[in-house]
Design a binder for this molecule. Structure first.
Ligand SMILES: Cc1cc2nc3c(=O)[nH]c(=O)nc-3n(C[C@H](O)[C@H](O)[C@H](O)COP(=O)(O)O)c2cc1C
Length: 336
């Protein structure tokens, strides 16, 4: 496997960005085929899955990742653990000596302040939000969820979210004890972030034994499904960029200029509808897609044929049905 100078494709070598982080040094002004994801981890035990998510995304070759961890999250995962996991996965693929700057940087509240000394220098939460095509909060603790819903921004993670453009999509993966999840505040906060902020809520799982030994809903969606969802967003992003490129290239329609001139047979066809399914991947089963997740508990319509959907055909259309029209018409999706 040759990693030299590779920028995209399955062999792209994930490298830590230089500090202090400046978005424009890490993202060209024109699309380069890389989908940029900020993963926020918060103080749930499910943060132990961050290295798995980071490894899977790093190996994809077309996704660049930065991790932002709250102070509590660093008890479950940190830079060392993420580095080890990524290095190990790449060592399995190559015999080459891997460089020291390999991996994904894990940013913490300390970095926000240690990398900023005076006015004019880059501010980490602003640079990260400029860089991101997608922000994923996985796991999202009850505390972080409450802070987001209430508009608080007292750490790197919540400052980034509060400063985010409404055109950048956000996925929230709640993870908490069953009673925390069934607390009245949780449904209130989830409703706010879905309806007012138009965030996409994935999970939690509807049942199972939690790390604390309790049994019931609250466990974070399986990390593989989170990776799959991110990959779907990346695929949709690519399609949108392609559509936009085509639209820019479409010459003005003749019938607008002069109604008597008939349309040429060569008039460009409208762009192909998006189909985000990754044909090279196993599609998740309907159970993995969490169709009885919080969106429905919050009163959104359940698709009539939800249970009968064939997992092999779970696609954009079913996503639409599952998330409802409001989600699908989100500002960020329309305004990309
Ligand atoms: C071992 C341990 C596990 C925890 N697991 C969770 C959890 O799964 N979900 C949750 O919402 N809080 C959990 N907590 C509590 C949070 O860590 C705590 O509310 C913290 O303030 C969250 O801060 P953050 O949202 O800034 O990360 C856990 C705490 C401990 C000590």
């Amino acid at each position: 496997m040759n990693f030299a100078n590779s920028v995209a494709g399955p062999s792209r070598l994930p490298r830590k960005s230089a500090r202090p982080f400046v978005s424009s040094d890490n993202r060209p002004s024109e699309p380069d085929g890389i989908f940029r994801v900020v993963l926020i981890t918060s103080g749930s035990v499910a943060s132990i899955k961050a290295p798995d998510i980071a490894t899977a995304l790093s190996n994809s070759g077309e996704i660049a990742l930065q991790i932002v961890s709250t102070k509590s999250a660093t008890h479950f995962s940190n830079q060392t653990v993420v580095d080890e996991a990524i290095r190990k996965s790449l060592t399995n693929l190559t015999t080459e000596k891997l460089p020291d700057d390999l991996g994904v940087r894990v940013w913490t509240d300390e970095d926000e302040w240690s990398d900023w000394k005076k006015v004019g220098e880059p501010i980490l939460h602003i640079e990260l939000r400029r860089w991101a095509d997608l922000v994923v909060v996985a796991p999202c603790s009850a505390n972080t969820l409450a802070k987001i819903a209430g508009g608080l921004c007292d750490n790197l993670a919540t400052s980034l979210l509060r400063a985010l453009s409404p055109e950048t999509p956000v996925i929230i993966c709640p993870a908490m004890n069953t009673h925390m999840y069934q607390h009245k505040f949780t449904s209130k906060h989830l409703r706010i972030i879905q309806e007012e902020l138009e965030y996409f809520v994935l999970g939690p799982q509807g049942g199972g034994v939690l790390a604390c030994g309790d049994e019931g809903p609250g466990k974070m969606t399986d990390w593989r499904e989170i990776v799959y969802t991110i990959e779907n967003f990346a695929a949709m992003h690519k399609i949108k960029l392609e559509e936009r490129k085509q639209q820019v290239n479409i010459p003005p329609r003749a019938d607008f200029l002069d109604p008597v001139i008939p349309l040429s047979r060569d008039t460009p066809r409208p762009p192909t509808p998006p189909t985000p399914n990754r044909l090279d991947k196993e599609l998740p089963t309907i159970d993995q897609l969490n169709i009885v997740g919080p969106a429905y508990m919050l009163g959104m319509p359940v698709p009539k044929n939800a249970k009968e959907l064939d997992a092999k055909t779970a696609s954009l259309q079913h996503w639409k049905e599952m998330q409802g029209e409001t989600y699908w018409k989100s500002r960020w999706w329309g305004g990309m």
